[in-house]
Design a protein around this ligand. Structure first.
Ligand code: NAD
Length: 459
């Protein structure tokens, strides 16, 4: 334990995890945690549970697990709640989603059945393809926000949790019109009173969370917290915010492959991506309005990584196309194809083909767990406003208005780990490694450095 870690409030008691949207991702996440608690499942894909973090010089051989290095809440201490447009409990939702099999769900059936969604805030103009049956009524959007806050108070009371976080796992909404109502907190609050049409349901949840100082993350491409009004509120109430849109299948591939193309100065001529998926998310995205929101989120990554303005010859004129087709037989087992046309030495053309047979919610669930734990850590560490260090998890990372988002997964990963090092008072790593070869500085010679020290000795 070092002096900086003392500035982080301890993870005392239980953490309430509030999830607007309790469908495939949410039920897969909750089921995974419940199984892991019984030692009946491994939380593969989660950095907080499985990854180590190197500290200091390579010859120091210090690489604790992240969860042993930073004071995170244990999965034993998570309590779940949330809202949905349908009344299914988490067992029914998981069975309908069809991500996990009965052999996963039966051992934890009682626990899953006990988690029942609260009534949701709904506006059909923002979600055309779902017919909700489980929603609140309220004369104004202000009143609906108040009802969400009342739900949160009641949940806290019922569950006895010490702290709370909120993570949007609801459907992809149609993007609202750009409006002055998003530009300041005062305008937004007036909009809540006047039922302004540019305030979608997801923003009502965001407002409720931020008003109560509850960290908020957004797993969908909805605007939610990504407006000046919500940033202002987050700053005012000292609350961490982050988003948008979990980086799972195809965008994970894109933000992994494209940094390699740029690092090796290979040209890009075209990138054609198509997906088939058959879950409820796919059904929602079959509506052109919701698809447009998703498309915007998926399209922006290449330009930001390849920087066509700096490299017009290599990346000034490539063709980028993204398609998502709803195809019910596949359920959650999505299939994505990428055809990448590249060019090398003397403009000779080459191709890369990717066929990713992934499982959407299996890739999203560990992201949910990590975000829950890291946003709680951020709050306890006194961080507020946009948490760009968590860009690693998002397709459209939220960042300061005058900065472009960082999409390169390797830079995002380094940023995340360096932020953890900073929070704990450890040296930030730049990986230059020049000093390993600088004997003049009196560093240990390679042979001596390679040998672990005898017990009780120090360098
Ligand atoms: N699974 C992935 O890999 C992945 C990746 C990136 C983003 N996402 C996003 O995560 C979200 C969840 O995905 P999913 O596969 O679980 O979808 P899903 O359709 O199974 O679940 C979403 C749930 O949200 C509910 N909902 C919609 N609007 C709501 C509201 N206003 N209040 C409360 N509940 C509401 C729906 O009824 C539904 O049960 C989607 O927006 C999806 O686009 C998922």
């Amino acid at each position: 334990m070092n002096k900086n870690s003392n500035r982080i409030a301890p993870a005392k008691g239980t953490l309430g995890v509030l999830l607007p949207g309790m469908g495939a991702v949410t039920s897969t996440f909750i089921a995974g945690v419940a199984l892991a608690k019984k030692n009946q499942g491994r939380l593969i894909g989660s950095l907080t549970q499985m990854q180590t973090i190197r500290l200091g010089k390579r010859y120091e051989h210090r690489a604790p697990l992240i969860k042993d290095f930073v004071p995170l809440t244990s999965i034993e201490n998570l309590v779940f709640g949330g809202w949905d447009l349908f009344p299914d409990n988490m067992y029914e939702a998981a069975m309908k989603a069809g991500v996990l099999e009965p052999r996963h769900l039966e051992p934890i059936r009682r626990e899953l059945e006990s988690i029942v969604p609260m009534t949701a805030v709904w506006d059909k103009t923002y979600l055309k393809n779902l017919k909700a049956t489980h929603f609140k009524k309220g004369a104004t959007k202000r009143n609906l926000a108040q009802q969400i806050m009342d739900d949160i108070v009641a949940f806290k009371h019922r569950s006895g949790v010490e702290r709370l976080v909120m993570l949007w796992c609801g459907s992809t909404e149609i993007l609202p019109q750009d409006s002055p109502v998003h530009k300041s907190l005062a305008a937004f609050e007036k909009g809540l009173d006047s039922n302004h049409p540019a305030i979608p349901p997801s923003m009502i949840y965001t407002y409720a969370a931020l008003k109560m100082g509850i960290p908020y993350a957004n797993g969908a491409p909805n605007l939610s917290a990504d407006t000046p009004a919500m940033v202002e509120l987050a700053e005012k109430t000292g609350t961490p915010i982050m988003g948008k849109d979990f980086k799972t299948g195809q965008t994970l591939m894109k933000t992994t492959i494209s940094p390699m193309l740029k690092a090796r100065m290979l040209a890009l001529r075209g990138w054609y991506s198509t997906n088939i998926l058959g879950n409820r998310d796919g059904e929602v995205l079959d509506d052109p309005g919701s698809f447009k929101t998703k498309e915007k989120s998926k399209m922006s990554v290449l330009d930001s990584i390849l920087e066509p303005k700096l490299y017009p010859q290599l990346y000034g004129k490539y063709h980028h196309k993204v398609r998502i087709d709803y195809y019910p037989p596949r359920g959650d087992a999505k299939e994505g194809w990428d055809n990448i046309d590249i060019a090398g030495w003397l403009d000779m053309p080459m191709q890369i083909k990717i066929n990713f047979l992934c499982r959407d919610s299996i890739l999203a669930a560990p992201i949910v767990l990590d975000l829950v734990l890291f946003m709680d850590l951020a709050k306890r560490a006194g961080l507020k406003g946009i948490q760009e260090w968590l860009s690693f998890y998002f397709k459209s990372p939220q960042c300061r208005a005058d900065l472009g988002p960082e999409h390169d997964i390797f830079i995002q990963h380094l940023k995340l780990k360096n932020t953890l090092r900073l929070l704990m008072g450890e040296e930030v790593l730049d990986h230059s490694g020049l000093d390993y070869y600088d004997q003049a500085k009196g560093l240990p010679a390679p042979a001596a450095a390679a040998k672990p020290l005898a017990k009780g000795k120090s360098r």
